[in-house]
Design a protein. Structure first.
Length: 119
């Protein structure tokens, strides 16, 4: 089972998809992680510094990055405990590379995907 973890900066809610204007990147990440939770082969989790600070403290790699580089190093993406990206959210292509799940944007999603946006 592939374990994908995303350690995110402090946000007003667990997904960051709230408030008067929605950040498109956070909306994409939220949708991708929701889709990944449907897979039995992927253990995907998001950790928000505001709502889940213990996850940051318990993960030595993330804690070290935070001590050395500060909050600007967030978000940090780990795959099976290894740092894959920091300082920016992974793209759908990167998430696909990490997990083997193929994501399609709304324009290219076809009936083969059942309209879900991922295959």
């Amino acid at each position: 089972m592939t374990k994908l973890e995303l350690f995110e900066p402090a946000m007003c809610c667990s997904t960051g998809v709230c408030g008067p204007s929605v950040d498109e990147e956070l909306l994409m990440i939220t949708s991708a992680f929701e889709a990944l939770t449907q897979s039995e082969a992927i253990d995907a989790s998001r950790h928000n510094l505001t709502s889940d600070p213990d996850a940051f403290v318990k993960n030595e790699k993330v804690l070290t990055i935070m001590k050395e580089k500060g909050k600007d190093s967030l978000p940090v993406t780990l795959v099976d405990g290894e740092i894959k990206k920091m300082g920016a959210y992974p793209s759908l292509k990167e998430i696909s590379n990490y997990t083997g799940v193929i994501f399609m944007n709304a324009e290219s999603a076809s009936d083969c995907c059942g309209g879900s946006g991922c295959c």
